[in-house]
Write a protein that binds this ligand. Sequence first.
Ligand SMILES: Cc1ncc(COP(=O)(O)O)c(C=O)c1O
Length: 458
Amino acid sequence: MAVRETIEFDLELVDRLIADEEAALAPKHAKSIAYRETAAEHVAGGVASSWQSAPPHAIYVDRGEGSHVWDIDGNEYVDYHLGYGAMAVGHAHPKVVEAIERRARLGTHFAQPTTQLHEVGENLSDRFGLPLWRFCNSGTEATLEAVRLMRANTGRDLIVKIEGTYHGHHDSLMFSVAPDPELIGDRRNPFTVPQAMGIPETFSKLVRVVPFNDLGEAERAFAEHEGQIAGMIVEPAMMNCGVVLPQPGYLQGLLELCHRNGAYLAFDEVKTGATLAYGGAVEVFGVQPDIVCLAKAIGGGVPCGAIGATTELFGPVLRGDHDIAGTFNGNPLTMAASRAVLFDVLTPDAYVRLNEIDRQLKEGIRPIIDRYHLPAYVTGVGAKGSITYSATEVREYRDTIGIPENVSYLAWLMQQNRGVFKSPWAKMETWTLSVVHSDEDAKRYVDNFEEFAAAVAG
Ligand SMILES: Cc1ncc(COP(=O)(O)O)c(C=O)c1O
């Protein structure tokens, strides 16, 4: 990244701007704020998932159409949250609605296999280069099954994961997702920090954490635990620290490292799969892992998940020694929606449009960053992108530690107050684009960003 002159954020000014924006936002969300109190009578915290209550308050959504959503107060937004990226097809896409309606009339659940399995499996094989698939209901289930398959095939317990990535909320991997900097320890041997209460401490001994983009540190971890590592799970491009791309050769290096050590490499493509490109990160970075975990975008808005792997890895399942099971696995409604998404909407042409919107955003945002000398940069691939408020490139979780939280919070508030819906605020959240985002939608984002830039530059 070229060195440029940048301002330093005036954090007192940022706090004053935050106060103004919060004061402007609250009255617009009066119904949301009131409804939360009602819901909280019988639903813990008034929300279905804890992250829905991120600051400043939960926003209850009424409906969505195309690239737009409306909250229960009647505010209209361009949606860059898109249900954490599940709605890359846009809301209520006619092809997906039709597939769901048709299937609903024929019965929505039997816990028996149906005849859309083959088509969906074949399409995923074509995209992600792995021969065999199983279906589940969330990204959490997909990564849980990936860990089990790696352990089942090696008879080893240890899993290597990257510091600062999220793979779902099960006890095998809910470690060092966004760990408190006070608790992370030395970069050469990071502590495995539980990211939730109630995870037995013993489980942390089964996970070795390493920094992203550092093959040397991964090699050291394998050398330290020779013959004990079942496999490594990695988000091929990190999505929880803004978008962090892998350095050239890093993913291929991990694959070779795993294989040299009799271990497996799993790509968690829950966010990147079918959003970065037709074949997700496998296609973009040209590395073929042993396992791919999917969810979100492949279901077009219904609960979904999938795990793809080599025939060797599925061996214990094929032989009947190990079960991947679930009442709703391969649910017909999910399969019908997935079929429509994969065959009718997220076709190869769709990525031309996603890349075009990505280009418009980046080409709109970059000159603004330069003009106002912001310590920031914009990055992304296909449907996923982010603005990172740092003058230097983030390559791993620890690079995000000094980035001021209130700057991205102000950016979030200013977008929200000006008709852009982002994922519930988190310090380093990404955006998702849909195939139906228009040029005007991109312009709204860029115009709002310019207002933000002018405000923080004083
Ligand atoms: C990379 C990644 N893996 C797994 C998950 C878990 O997926 P789910 O929320 O569907 O369980 C997420 C969720 O955001 C994710 O971003």
